[in-house]
Design a protein. Structure first.
Lengths: 571, 337
């Protein structure tokens, strides 16, 4: 009896302690910064004021950025959907020669995305780019600055944003019961009718979700407009960055960030509604795997093959160029030419020996590694609490930890900067702005919702009778967790650890607001190296960074979705 | 009506169907029966046109359909998974083929309503999404959709395999009734022998891409042509050499040592009429009993080997383990291969 009371009381104290720590974390880092940004924007002088709106309306640059973001969002919905649907049909629906290699190349956006992709495209199509240099030699009157502004941003983002199509739409096509295609054939439908009336309607809910995500990507785009947008095509995010750098226009930056936040919440609401309404549950109990459809019409077959390989070239060209030029000297890089005598390993030797070259990598590895470990360890624990104690308190806890999904990273970053640039009692009067820890905190906050969701799913997916069996055999809670539960959720835990680490290595969008000037992470250095005024050596280093990042990403993706996932269902 | 002439289907080196020759009569309910992977579905898909045979011809009403496109064969198909279009309502599913044929709206409506009545689908169900229906209702929609184009032939690929036992029995009756009312030639694929025996006018038993026996359910069951058919349909005992020699010794039955002898479980009796002069008695000991509700299966030791039979559970008949029993076997019930 005494032992029972002891355990019971200890358990209660421990739960209370955990509750207090989590409440403090949520209040200090998830709620307060966001409330504070609203307060400082609309209550600048202690009274509610709509002045920031007037300031925004009277700022031509800000209004243009809003308009440009909307235009970009809408354009991407059209261009990426057309490209993405075509890519998926080519790789998963139609019988296309070389589909496997096409698929592999279309998949490269998974390892070659964001900042490094934009810098790669710029090296090819930019004013001193490889392709532009070659074209100018052939057409001397050609404007070398052709790859700038709205078309350039749309071009880059169209091919950068097809990853979701490749993953989700591809899965949706694969999950179609082939017997519905056969049934339509049996009733006389032509291949075109089958595609339009049977296959695409099944994909409509996924396409709706993808379209909303694309609109959100366009709205919050940072790297592409910043690097290839030029003066005339700046969108909200780069504009927030510009305004945030000046104290006098911080309120404008905050208002634009709030606008992004409200848009994101509205879009998420729309996605949730569409998902609830739209997903078609297959009524098939015995599904048949989809078989690839032959395009019988020779002309159509040729056209589809032609465009499939044009896209292949568009995807493969920047990667090949980056890999090849990473092994060349400054002469080759500056002139955009290749010859045997200019191939060298100097760039790679430099990254191993020169501190200014490897430091950004080391800084990013430390930040990403620490973030991945902290967030996974914390969420492993929190997800377990949510899984084990299903009540109103844990439900509120779960919802609170999803706040970062509603708030764009930029808004969160600004909130942290504005809130903790002065002593705050909730943090024991410690000033965080300008310290190394602020970026780490922001990274952790950003990764919380995704990590929590995946780990919670992992806990729910394991057979609870295993835990009951362990209890029945006399194992305590901790022993059961370590010996029974943890080994089962470990593959997912390691996978999410790797994914978090990988996604932060070259982060730019959040980092640019919070990094310490003396400890520049990789994303910042890569961005600076894309500047037209950057040295050739800096450009060379960008190639090496890109190749190494691609290699790391490839290993992570292979570990999670490749060989590893065949053995164990990791994610 | 349907003739499979020397049909061979190969997938690479694997021969799925080997020299199939089969005739199906007009208005007949014909079943392809066999275990998984025996070639019954391949044969069905070859008939519909999803598979082109490596050799041979498919002739329907005297017309060679071997290379005719699927949609021109006038064969309606009900798929194992039903293959209902999940994005469409029940009405749209049934109307799909009619729309593809560019029929007039009013004609489509009339036909859909007409066929819905035939399969007992209500107007309320017609406007529902297919995912909102139960398994049995989905099954009706699949049949209605296949019948909507008024095909010459309807083929059904294991259409009841996804349903629970009770619903399966109910739909089996409805299916048979529908076929009789419509008088449509029906080709049915199943691995369920009970389904095949109760529904069919004739059955083809498939094994390893070859048809082993074609006949009426009675012929298939009671005069199985091959050892495989005998084993696949119903439950049969292998009669040991000792027992068969004992039976032969008491009758004028000739025993061929190269042959195998079988007897179905229900043909071994524990009681016979006094007038029965042909049955041979064997002394046995009850080894075990399995209760199945309406009947029980007994296992006996007979001359050092085992035999099994079934006895109706009528309440006043029961043996216990270890009981000595006399079993009766009529030599005419013995099947030999």
């Amino acid at each position: 009896m005494k032992k029972f009371i002891n355990v019971h009381v200890h358990n209660k104290i421990y739960l209370w302690l955990v509750g207090i720590i989590l409440t403090w974390f949520i209040a200090a880092f998830l709620v307060l910064p966001n409330v504070n940004i609203l307060y400082t924007t609309f209550f600048a002088d202690g009274a509610f004021s709509l002045e920031p709106f007037q300031k925004l309306i009277s700022s031509k640059r800000a209004m243009n950025s809003l308009l440009n973001s909307f235009i970009l969002g809408i354009t991407l919905v059209i261009t990426v959907n057309i490209t993405g649907v075509f890519l998926v049909l080519v790789t998963d629906y139609f019988a296309i020669k070389g589909a496997k290699i096409l698929r592999l190349v279309y998949f490269t956006t998974m390892i070659y995305g964001g900042l490094i992709l934009v810098s790669g495209y710029q090296f090819i199509y930019g004013n001193s780019g490889f392709l532009t240099t070659a074209l100018v030699k052939i057409f001397p009157t050609m404007n070398p600055d052709w790859f700038v502004g709205y078309p350039a941003v749309v071009f880059v983002m169209t091919f950068a944003c097809t990853t979701n199509h490749i993953i989700f739409l591809s899965n949706a096509i694969k999950s179609i019961d082939y017997q519905i295609v056969e049934a339509a054939k049996n009733m006389g439908a032509s291949p075109w009718q089958i595609l339009i009336k049977v296959v695409l309607p099944v994909l409509r809910p996924v396409l709706t979700t993808l379209s909303v995500l694309l609109f959100a990507s366009g709205l919050g785009a940072m790297s592409a407009p910043l690097i290839v947008g030029g003066k005339d095509f700046q969108t909200i995010s780069p504009m927030i960055l510009t305004f945030a750098n000046s104290m006098s226009s911080r309120d404008l930056a905050a208002l634009l960030a709030i606008f992004l936040g409200v848009s994101q919440i509205a879009l998420l609401y729309f996605i949730t509604r569409a998902e609830k309404k739209g997903f078609y549950m297959s009524v098939s109990k015995v599904k048949t795997r989809i078989e690839k459809q032959k395009i019988e019409n020779k002309a159509t077959n040729f056209i589809v093959h032609f465009f499939a390989y044009v896209l292949f070239a568009i995807y493969v060209l920047p990667i090949m160029t980056v890999i090849i030029f990473s092994f060349t000297d400054t002469y080759s890089i500056s002139t955009g030419t290749l010859s045997w005598e200019h191939f060298t390993l100097d760039n790679y030797i430099k990254i191993l020996t020169d501190a200014s070259s490897y430091e950004p990598f080391v800084i990013s590895i430390i930040y990403s590694g620490l973030t991945a470990i902290i967030v996974v360890a914390a969420m492993l624990f929190i997800a377990r609490i949510i899984h084990k104690y299903n009540n109103k308190l844990t439900t509120s806890l779960e919802y609170s930890f999803h706040i970062p999904w509603l708030i764009p990273g930029i808004l969160m970053a600004l909130g942290l900067i504005i809130t903790y640039d002065k002593p705050m009692p909730i943090l024991g009067n410690i000033v965080l702005t300008g310290t190394l820890s602020l970026l780490l905190i922001a990274y952790v906050i950003e990764k919380i919702p995704f990590t929590l969701r995946i780990l919670k799913a992992a806990y729910y997916s394991f057979d609870s009778s295993l835990e009951d069996a362990a209890k029945n055999l006399g194992a305590g809670s901790f022993y059961t967790f370590v010996r029974v539960i943890l080994p089962i959720v470990l593959p997912t835990t390691l996978a999410i650890l790797a994914l978090n680490f990988n996604s932060l290595l070259a982060d730019y969008d959040l980092t640019v607001f919070l990094y310490h000037p003396l400890y520049q992470p990789l994303g910042i250095v890569i961005r600076n190296n894309t500047d037209p005024t950057a040295s050739i050596d800096a450009k060379a280093m960008n190639f090496v960074y890109s190749v190494i990042l691609m290699a790391i990403s490839a290993v992570v993706i292979y570990f999670i979705y490749g060989r590893g996932s065949k053995k164990k269902n990791i994610l | 009506m349907i003739t499979f002439q020397d049909i061979q289907v190969k997938f690479g080196d694997f021969v799925a169907i080997q020299n199939l020759n089969l005739n199906i009569k007009e208005g007949e309910f014909f079943t392809f029966l066999g275990p998984s992977g025996c070639g019954k579905t391949t044969t069905l898909r070859t008939l519909v046109g999803f598979i082109t045979p490596t050799n041979g011809k498919i002739i329907v009403d005297g017309e060679d359909l071997t290379n005719t496109p699927i949609e021109k064969r006038q064969i309606g198909m009900v798929f194992q998974s039903y293959a209902l279009f999940p994005t469409m309502t029940v009405y749209e599913n049934i109307a799909f083929g009619l729309k593809v044929q560019k029929n007039k709206k009013e004609e489509i409506k009339k036909r859909v309503e007409e066929i819905a009545r035939v399969v007992d689908l209500t107007d309320e169900q017609l406007i529902k999404n297919v995912s909102a229906l139960s398994g049995g209702q989905q099954q009706r929609v699949a049949i209605a959709r296949a019948l909507a184009l008024a095909p010459k032939i309807i083929v059904l690929d294991e259409p009841l395999s996804n349903l629970d036992a009770k619903l399966r029995k109910q739909l089996r009756k409805e299916l048979k009734k529908l076929q009789l009312e419509q008088g449509i030639t029906t080709v049915y694929v199943t691995h369920d022998q009970e389904e095949a025996l109760t529904l069919s006018d004739r059955v083809a038993v498939f094994n390893n891409g070859v048809v082993e026996h074609v006949g009426t359910p009675d012929e298939i069951y009671n005069q199985s042509k091959t050892e495989f058919v005998c084993n696949f349909i119903g439950d049969a005992n292998v009669i040991s050499q000792k027992i068969i020699e004992e039976i032969a010794g008491k009758t004028n039955m000739k025993v061929d040592p190269a042959k195998k002898y079988y007897i179905r479980t229900e043909k071994i009796k524990t009681k016979v009429l006094e007038s029965d002069q042909h049955s041979v008695s064997l002394q046995a000991k009850v080894m075990s009993k399995e209760f199945y509700g309406t009947y029980s299966q007994y296992k006996y030791e007979v001359m050092g080997t085992s035999l099994a039979n079934i006895e109706k559970e009528d309440g006043d008949f029961q043996y216990l383990e270890g009981d000595d029993v006399t079993l009766f076997i009529n030599p005419k019930d013995i099947l030999q291969y």
